[in-house]
Ligand binder design. Structure first.
Ligand code: NI
Length: 258
């Protein structure tokens, strides 16, 4: 069992060959893909894909880059979407103080509101945190939300410990395969496998040897391989444990456990 816990298959980068991309993932042994909405329109697309493919699940929410698009009815529409089949998480939501596409104060306000929405909906959260580690963890704790994952984890080991103490998982992207990515490699080494998920975040962040190309779920295999090397364990164990962690966090199909 192998799961890509964070992809963006609904994005336009996959318009021309989405079925082939999904097929290649299957051939690479990726059993399940969680595709993650980043605004209302793309959240709808994510839910639609989950309806079309038995191995795809969806997450819904508004990414910090897109919070300027949140209108009067957006939250009501997200609530309605949350009731659809195979919606397993709320996100990605969070803070991006690196690109600052939306003003920081607006990001903070909308992140707080969406954390409350996730809580109301009893959904685990997928957190996007870039250059905003202290503020992100502080807001997650203040919200009282105890189930979630810091996706594309980019903090150090101290930050990782805080997330784990709060009961959150960390998701490892293809970045871990880059030679210079020593911070995430160190985190992977020290943090127990029972707290890790793996993801592609495709179409972004392709792992070596595909760096610079469009990423896709099949490439999550490279991330598993690197984690196995770092931890000195088998790829099968990394795949199986991270998959089980994902199933547990997102409470995906008990029938899959057999
Ligand atoms: Ni993402």
């Amino acid at each position: 069992m192998l799961i890509d816990s964070h992809a963006h298959l609904e994005m336009k980068e996959f318009t021309n060959d989405r079925p082939e991309v999904i097929e290649r993932a299957k051939l690479a042994g990726v059993n399940i893909i969680v595709t993650v909405g980043t605004n209302l329109r793309l959240s709808r697309e994510a839910v639609s894909l989950a309806g079309q493919y038995e191995n795809i699940y969806a997450s819904i929410g508004v990414h910090p880059h897109d919070v300027g698009k949140i209108g009067n009815t957006t939250y009501d529409e997200l609530k309605e979407l949350a009731g659809r089949k195979k919606v397993v998480a709320f996100g990605e939501i969070g803070l991006d103080f690196f690109r600052n596409i939306a003003p920081q104060l607006q990001q903070i306000k909308k992140f707080g509101e969406q954390l409350q929405l996730a809580k109301e909906l009893h959904l685990p959260v997928i957190i996007h945190d870039r250059e905003a580690h202290d503020q992100s963890i502080k807001m997650v704790k203040a919200s009282g939300v105890r189930r979630g994952v810091f996706h594309c984890f980019s903090g150090d080991y101290e930050m990782a410990k805080q997330c784990l103490d709060w009961g959150f998982y960390l998701s490892v992207p293809g970045v871990v395969t880059y030679a210079k990515a020593t911070t995430i490699q160190n985190v992977v080494k020290k943090v127990p496998l029972s707290s890790l998920l793996v993801e592609t975040d495709c179409p972004y962040l392709a792992p070596d040897p595909y760096r610079g190309k469009r990423n896709e779920p099949a490439y999550v295999v490279q991330t598993v391989k690197k984690i196995a090397e770092i931890k000195g364990i088998s790829r099968e164990e990394v795949a199986a444990v991270t998959a089980q962690n994902t199933l547990d966090l997102f409470t995906i199909g008990a029938s899959l456990h057999s």
